[in-house]
Design a binder for this molecule. Structure first.
Ligand SMILES: [Zn+2]
Length: 479
């Protein structure tokens, strides 16, 4: 069975315990670029994002805010939806783990695992980080603190719990991760394989004293642990095990490097137990500021919505995708954003469109064979997209923008008034706009509207049919 026309992609679902930060913003943009690329190629895309609403962390945050948890997650999720809207994220589904459709899938899966004897009752004694909602062993800790939350105290937990037999999937996990090219980039795959050299411990999947969660179907005094609950969103979002799931699965999960373990070892084991094909996990890096990690307590933060208000969503999207090689950590600076906005978007792309449309409006176009567009390295750009080398795809597209700008200059089109050369340029800008659509969709749509073409991949190589052209409005105002 081939499913080559379907593509499922997800971001992690966010804890709405606090306001969205730069990490949420970056992850959504990365996934959106890939989703839009696939749609451009003609795929039917299911792109999901959402909020992870249960657990102790949320229960405590709601209490602090003086709200009941349900109201609290509803209110906070609105802010996360708004962030996606502001960033022009083209998600198809925003899923909250408090939704009935999600609960239904979770219960079905837990019952199935129980019936198949993958779950047993025992007692857990150990360390828990509430911020990660994750159990750790002494060995995982750094100076006795959670590696991701060194400023917080870890909590000791001793309670009756249900375990999932994670340990019984170790061999199969290693084999699949080694042979199936499931984890990108390679360095993350190696990291996980190294960690799999240690024997896997079975996973506690229930909590006794946490009331804010989905009840465990076979022991209603307990709730299902947050991670077990949350990971299943990728299946409930496509209505597992029904038609939508059959069409779209397996997904590509775009996640941050701090939760690779959960998405590969834990999630993969659950899926193996269910007999479901394993999804691909694509890992992006962290955003730092001035070489330092974002930190609320140190006041190192980025306000995504303020940035969009100042520079526009496209400039922010472009900056992040061009500056940070996908898969690596990267540095954010507003100064660097302004420089790229001015030098690349305004001076290169904006100027090209403005000059060419001004001349084309004045002197008209004459259809011809577009030789200029042969400088566009389309095959390489495709390859970069397929290898998740998103910054390299942008570099190639901008190399072609440089070629076009040089062409205007070299041919002195304001003197020669050559209608054929102007046609070549207009037709080339069409190709540029289509290729830039995953990164800066708002700008591409403006160009497409002015030139009258549809944003489709096959239109790159179809000559533009326009006869008259209007001078374009300014695409990027310099800051
Ligand atoms: Zn933690």
């Amino acid at each position: 069975m081939t499913k080559k026309n379907y593509f499922q992609i997800s971001t992690a679902i966010d804890y709405p315990s606090g306001l969205p930060h730069a990490g949420h913003m970056y992850e959504k943009i990365c996934a959106d670029v890939i989703a839009r690329w696939k749609r451009l190629l003609g795929y039917k895309v299911h792109f999901s994002t959402g909020t992870d609403c249960h657990g102790l962390k949320i229960q405590r945050a709601a209490k602090k805010a003086g709200k009941n948890p349900e109201q609290f997650v509803d209110d906070m999720s609105k802010i996360f939806r708004e962030l996606s809207k502001v960033l022009n994220i083209s998600y198809d589904d925003f899923i909250m783990t408090t939704e009935k459709r999600h609960e239904k899938t979770v219960l079905q899966i837990l019952n199935h695992l129980q019936k198949k004897n993958y779950i047993y009752k025992g007692e857990y004694e150990g360390i828990y980080c509430v911020d990660c909602e994750t159990f750790y062993t002494e060995k995982n800790l750094i100076n006795g603190k959670c590696p991701y939350h060194p400023e917080k105290e870890i909590e000791k937990v001793k309670e009756e719990t249900y375990f999932f037999k994670l340990g019984s999937f170790q061999k199969k996990l290693i084999e699949d991760i080694k042979t199936k090219n499931l984890i990108w980039p390679k360095k993350k795959r190696i990291e996980i394989l190294n960690r799999l050299k240690e024997p896997l411990k079975d996973l506690s999947i229930s909590r006794t004293n946490v009331s804010w969660g989905i009840e465990l179907p076979f022991d209603k005094k307990k709730t299902i642990a947050v991670w077990t609950d949350a990971l299943i969103n990728y299946l409930s979002s496509v209505d597992y095990p029904n038609k939508k799931f059959k069409d779209f699965w397996p997904a590509v999960h775009v996640i941050g490097s701090d939760i690779v373990w959960h998405h590969t070892i834990i999630w993969y084991s659950i899926l193996l137990a269910l007999g479901i094909e394993l999804p691909k996990v694509v890992v992006h890096g962290f955003i730092n500021v001035g070489g330092e990690k974002l930190s609320k307590s140190k006041g190192i933060s980025i306000d995504p919505i303020a940035l969009v208000n100042r520079y526009g969503a496209d400039s922010l999207r472009y900056f992040l995708m061009r500056t940070i090689p996908f898969g690596d950590d990267g540095d954010f600076s507003e100064q660097a954003l302004v420089e790229r906005h001015n030098n690349e978007l305004a001076n290169k792309l904006g100027n090209l469109v403005s000059r060419v449309t001004t001349l084309a409006e004045k002197y008209g176009l004459e259809k011809c064979n577009n030789k200029l567009v042969k400088n566009l390295k389309l095959k390489e750009i495709e390859k970069h997209f397929e290898n998740y080398e998103l910054d390299k795809a942008l570099n190639e597209i901008f190399a072609f923008i440089d070629v076009c700008n040089e062409y205007v200059q070299k041919e002195k089109l304001w003197e020669s008034k050559d209608k054929k050369k102007l046609f070549e340029l207009v037709d080339s800008i069409k190709a540029i706009a289509i290729l830039l659509y995953p990164f800066i969709p708002g700008t591409s749509e403006k160009i497409a509207k002015n030139f009258g073409f549809e944003i489709k991949y096959e239109n790159i190589s179809k000559p533009i049919t326009i006869k008259k052209i209007k001078k374009a409005e300014i695409l990027f105002r310099k800051v």
